[in-house]
Design a protein around this ligand. Structure first.
Ligand code: DGL
Length: 278
């Protein structure tokens, strides 16, 4: 039997399933494995060193499952770990022929097309916002666009704990939206720069003027990946195409993962527990 060489999609938890859903819809022919590091989430408030260590560990695990390519669906991991993995870890590892991609650059490449006022608000975890990655990357592609940023540290815990559609969540949604919208009256586009936030999208919209665009990243990343695979046939040819989907999590409560994951994907999720060393 041909051994499986799936596309790997990694996130600190369940949020990356919003990106996985878009990718698997755009490119249904391939095999996929998803790994959520729920056992150690949230990553958002952790140090650079820890996020890098956890992310590289998970990436290597996915390589060992046969993935020629891993997508860091997590913005925090993309902001804090991707560069070190690409520039230092991969070249000095047994995996030099494999690739790791993130979500920040593909988003920065197109986000300027969503704004008329040239003013964008970026909402993310503390780690993503403090890294200034979006500020730096958007400036490269859209130098005329002014970027405002706001960390929303309480949103991921609300989502990971299944509180995101309860009335109590409105208080925290309102609080961070007030903070960002008070930075400028001309922000017409808000980027949800955390894979978890699309779960709050309906609530977010009810707390904003109707003419503010709320942009989630899934479809942007999916289109960019399709383009990448066209430009890199050496990687594309390695991928197996049996439409096989497998889900892994580092929490031993796989039932809880499956319950929440079913909100993100039409596939039936039956995850498998995998242990990472601490
Ligand atoms: N889903 C991750 C992101 O996109 C962050 C969640 C976390 O804090 O673990 O940034």
């Amino acid at each position: 039997m041909e051994s499986s060489r799936p596309i790997g999609v990694f996130d600190s938890g369940i949020g990356g399933l919003t990106v996985y859903r878009s990718i698997a819809k755009q490119l249904p022919q391939y095999d996929y494995i998803y790994l959520g590091d729920n056992g150690r989430a949230p990553y958002g408030n952790r140090s650079f060193k820890t996020i890098h260590e956890y992310t590289w560990e998970c990436v290597q695990w996915m390589f060992n499952q046969g993935c020629p390519l891993v997508i860091l669906a997590c913005n925090t991991a993309s902001a804090k770990a991707l560069r070190t993995i690409q520039q230092q870890d991969l070249p000095n590892s047994p995996y030099t022929h494999k690739r790791v991609l993130g979500v920040i650059r593909p988003t920065a490449e197109v986000i300027g097309e969503y704004t008329n006022s040239n003013q964008i608000g970026v909402l993310g975890t503390k780690g993503t916002i403090q890294s200034n990655s979006y500020l730096i990357e958007i400036e490269k592609f859209f130098p005329d666009v002014k970027v405002y940023q706001q960390a929303c540290p309480l949103w991921v815990p609300l989502i990971e704990n299944g509180e995101y559609n309860k009335p109590g969540a409105d208080y925290y949604v309102q609080q961070y939206l007030d903070e960002i919208m008070s930075q400028s009256a001309h922000i017409d586009t808000l980027l949800l720069a955390c894979t978890h936030y699309p779960l709050l999208q309906d609530k977010i919209k009810t707390h904003l003027p109707a003419d503010v665009n709320v942009v989630a990243q899934g479809d942007i990343v999916a289109v960019s990946l399709a383009d990448y695979l066209q430009r890199h046939p050496d990687i594309e040819e390695k991928l197996t195409r049996n439409q096989d989907r497998r889900f892994f999590t580092t929490t031993d409560d796989t039932e809880d993962f499956d319950k929440h994951a079913s909100l993100f994907t039409d596939d039936e999720v039956k995850s498998t527990y995998v242990s990472m060393k601490q």
